[in-house]
Write a protein that binds this ligand. Structure first.
Ligand SMILES: Cc1ncc(COP(=O)(O)O)c(C=O)c1O
Ligand SMILES: [Zn+2]
Length: 426
């Protein structure tokens, strides 16, 4: 595992030492990236060898220890998730992040952040969360013997509340959104002695999530796909994967054209999609955010400028679709692929259908879609969206209303959807 050379500001490029815990850039307040001595890494870090014990699937994301900070991992078996090929589209792959501890990809970032927190001797961590990051922090903090203080909207999926309590975290339900939770953490952290592990406000969650980029390239035989579909809330995974691509290229692990990056959102909370349509370099606060894809309910992502820059640089797009369409895709994948997606993952699969239908993508394009979590964490939320009672609903329960519009395969389509700058009536 390499030593960290320095932390670098994503905006003003100031260098900061990683000897002590850091939050954001002390000069300008933007997110910090971990940097290594790449010359040294070129000698010390080799592409994982599947025959080596360190790189066995059981090593999870730590098979990439050669490009992660030198720290004793707090691990629950995160990473090295399956890359499943769609049964219907030969070139479509689903990166199944539901297989992670706590059922979502948030495990990767929190495994890394909590490992570093333990390394620094931090005793109390706090996080504002849309739900799943809180669950992951609670689990890893329990494993590390560190206190977790989590703040989530009152209407998070029930599983998020329960897992927080079960792992022994201090859980506060807030009447508001993640932005209100973030304000509370910011107001109280100093007095309470909490270290804030908010999205992009400490450098190591990106470092954990970058392993998704390494994995997807390795699982495709050390080749880039044509496109990556990422359900975007705070955008940490997207940012982390882009960093991974840059590192892999510097190490000579991969060559060729980087994938087009697609940020998928729900129409009820689409700050990135809206900014992309308006060709803005930052997003505006998305008022009255509401969607059953709880993880996408981030009305003003802290890293919005970085996300938008990656979309532009990669030739990708942002797109938002309605909850109705997202639910349609979720049920479509459950019925036809045997996979119960999270609503966030279904935002991405719905977007795939949409973009294929509108010739933004071709069937021959190799696409990796991230299912960022298990649909099982959303039993209450999905039941509500299906208009069934989660407890009494069963074979007798009403099925969701048949939508008026369908695509070429009979999949529901929205009356109006946003693709980049174009509003396309069906
Ligand atoms: C299941 C799921 N998918 C996607 C996201 C968005 O993740 P990011 O903040 O990395 O954009 C979240 C965030 O809470 C989530 O829980
Ligand atoms: Zn800066």
């Amino acid at each position: 595992m390499p030593a960290i050379a320095y932390l670098e500001c994503s905006r003003c490029h100031a260098h900061v030492s990683a000897e002590t815990p850091q939050t954001v850039c002390p000069q300008c307040g933007a997110a910090l990236y971990v940097h290594y001595d790449m010359d040294e890494l070129r000698h010390s870090a080799a592409r994982p060898d599947p025959a080596a014990a360190d790189h066995a699937p059981s090593a999870g994301m730590w098979r990439y220890a050669g490009v992660l900070p030198d720290v004793a991992p707090v691990t629950l078996g995160e990473g090295w998730t399956p890359m499943l090929r769609s049964r219907r589209h030969a070139n479509l792959f689903l990166k199944e992040e539901a297989n992670n501890p706590t059922g979502t990809f948030k495990a990767r970032g929190m495994a890394m952040a909590v490992s570093m927190a333990r390394h620094y001797g931090l005793k109390k961590l706090a996080v504002p969360s849309a739900g799943n990051a809180a669950g992951a922090l609670a689990a890893y903090a329990a494993a590390a013997g560190i206190e977790a203080h989590i703040f989530m909207p009152r209407d998070v999926p029930k599983a998020n509340y329960l897992e927080g309590l079960a792992y022994g975290a201090n859980v506060t339900l807030v009447d508001g959104l993640i932005s209100d939770c973030a304000r509370i953490v910011a107001e109280r952290r100093q007095q309470e002695g909490w270290f804030d592990v908010s999205t992009l406000k400490e450098p190591f969650r990106i470092e954990g999530k970058k392993t998704m980029g390494y994995e997807l390239v390795e699982q495709l035989g050390w080749e880039y796909p044509d496109a990556v579909f990422y359900p975007t809330g705070g955008g940490v995974g997207l940012i982390g994967m882009w960093k991974a691509f840059e590192e892999m290229e510097a190490l000579g692990w991969v060559t060729g054209k980087r994938p087009r990056m697609f940020a998928l959102q729900a129409s009820g909370c689409a700050p990135i999609s809206r900014a992309f349509q308006q060709q803005a370099s930052v997003s505006e606060f998305f008022a009255d955010a509401s969607t059953f894809a709880a993880g996408l309910r981030v009305p003003k992502p802290f890293g919005d400028a970085i996300i938008l820059q990656i979309l532009a640089e990669s030739g990708g797009q942002a797109l938002d679709l309605s909850d109705e369409i997202i639910l349609g895709s979720l049920l479509d994948w459950a019925h036809n692929e045997g996979i119960l997606l999270s609503p966030e993952g279904a935002a991405a699969t719905a977007a795939y259908d949409y973009l294929l239908c509108h010739n933004v993508l071709k069937k021959s394009d190799r696409v990796v879609i991230f299912n960022t979590g298990s649909g099982l964490k959303y039993a209450d939320v999905i039941a509500e969206a299906m208009k069934i009672d989660a407890h009494t609903g069963g074979v007798d329960s009403p099925r969701p209303a048949v939508p008026p519009e369908k695509d070429h395969r009979g999949i529901e389509l929205p009356a109006k959807s946003h693709v980049g700058g174009i509003i396309t009536p069906q």
